[in-house]
Design a protein around this ligand. Structure first.
Ligand code: C6P
Length: 414
């Protein structure tokens, strides 16, 4: 048996790739602990984008000249990189989108409006980001289906004992869930949810916005029907992401957006649709952004998703050990063993926005608010939290700066 040794992430070497670390506030570099909102970009991506604009830019799938060929090749190479990143069976199953939100909306509208009706049940979870919660709630409402959610317990874990009760509400047609909670970092048992969906003949839709940047994904091993991700959370550009969909389902679905590129033939009496993936890519694509997405994937794969996951796990363990030193702090979410690189907390009754602002003066960047998870926060009886989130460039020293900053906030405002 061959044992592949796990790669170790060299954080100082990684940090040398990130130009934002050359920016200073009051003489100190930023401790950027807001990567769950959007990740910083390495030189390899930034320079690659400029390079593509300089040497290979044109619209794709349209021109018959060399520049257009280069642009089309770059765009389609990026699709192949996303396919390999997710281990999808075919490039036809990779649709470029604007991001996770658009990917989930695509499935909700294009699949949901044709396949849902009274008596059907659409299942999401109380941990979900609004991007997974709201489209399904809305499409269930429009189609007459029932919208149900899997509740969470006080620790922020899904209450799976509720699945049988939910199954009793009608025909389960959609099981849509986030893999990793952006608000608490909870890693959900998506394998189990996909299996439950299959058992009921439902489609499974995975929001991988917070999973794809941090762990290896194999859609064939997982067996999900759809999976959505955003490039900007994995060191790539904004305004691009991907939806993986099983070809068999995508082929049977109506289009989502209509216009250029997605058609086969347009006549006055009828329009027919193009082949996959063009059928779901109406209009001019986010061409250069898609190329940057591919470069970000190359970058992460060179470092190794396993090494990134292990690095973040060690950081979460460290943060959960150090943060309780701050007087008056309340931590939310599961233990490190079931958590990705996110820690959520409140400091006494100091408003989270005030905490984040004082930390901001210290160069420590965190997010405060409801994190687009209002149902979850209502369940936990909270209006807002502070959230620090880690990535491959995060160090223990930056977590120390967070802890020191919180002591300062506590002294000033507590
Ligand atoms: N969460 C955060 O600070 P878009 O905006 O489409 O790239 O991703 C939406 C989205 C969907 N699902 C999850 C689990 C997410 O975390 C996000 C984005 C950011 O937590 C912005 S609210």
């Amino acid at each position: 048996m061959t044992v592949t040794p796990q790669r170790i992430l060299d954080v100082e070497a990684v940090r040398a790739d990130f130009p934002f670390l050359e920016e200073f506030v009051d003489g100190r570099p930023f401790a950027f602990l807001d990567s769950a909102a959007s990740a910083q970009k390495p030189r390899q991506v930034i320079d690659g984008l400029a390079d593509f604009y300089r040497h290979s830019y044109a619209n794709v799938h349209r021109g018959v000249y060399a520049l257009a060929d280069r642009a089309t090749a770059g765009y389609e190479d990026a699709r192949e990189k996303v396919r390999a990143f997710l281990n999808a069976a075919s490039e036809r199953e990779i649709i470029f989108t604007r991001g996770t939100t658009e990917g989930i909306n695509l499935v909700a509208y294009a699949w949901g409006l044709d396949n849902l009706g009274p008596g059907d049940v659409v299942v999401a979870t109380d941990l979900d980001h609004h991007s997974n919660f709201v489209p399904w709630q809305y499409i269930a409402g429009r189609s007459g289906a029932t919208f149900a959610t899997i509740p969470v317990d006080d620790a922020g874990d899904l209450v799976l004992e509720e699945l049988d009760r939910i199954a009793g509400l009608g025909r389960i047609k959609v099981v849509a869930a986030g893999w990793v909670s952006n608000a608490l970092g909870t890693v959900n048992p998506v394998e189990l949810l996909v299996a439950w969906a299959k058992e009921h003949g439902a489609i499974s839709v995975i929001d991988a916005a917070q999973a794809a940047p941090h762990r290896a994904i194999d859609v064939q091993a997982l067996g999900c029907d759809f999976l959505a991700l955003s490039a900007h959370k994995l060191c790539g550009p904004t305004s691009v992401g991907a939806l993986y969909g099983r070809a068999e389902l995508l082929e049977r679905m109506s289009p989502f957006q209509l216009g250029g590129h997605m058609i086969r033939q347009v006549r006055h009496d009828r329009t027919t649709w193009g082949e996959l993936p063009a059928k779901f890519e109406a209009g001019t694509a986010s061409i250069v952004e898609a190329v940057g997405f591919g470069l970000a994937i190359d970058y992460l794969q060179d470092i190794g998703l396993d090494a990134i996951e292990a690095h973040e796990h060690a950081l979460v363990e460290y943060a959960l050990e150090r943060l309780p030193e701050v007087p008056g702090i309340t931590l939310y979410g599961p233990p490190a063993s079931r958590r990705a690189g996110v820690v959520a907390f409140n400091l006494g009754d100091i408003h989270p926005h005030d905490v984040a602002q004082v930390l901001g003066f210290e160069g420590v960047c965190i997010r405060a608010g409801h994190h687009c998870t209002q149902p979850l926060l209502r369940r936990l009886d909270l209006a807002a939290t502070n959230r620090a989130s880690f990535y491959l460039y995060t160090t223990r020293a930056e977590i120390d700066r967070l802890v020191d900053g919180l002591h300062l906030v506590s002294g000033k405002l507590g």
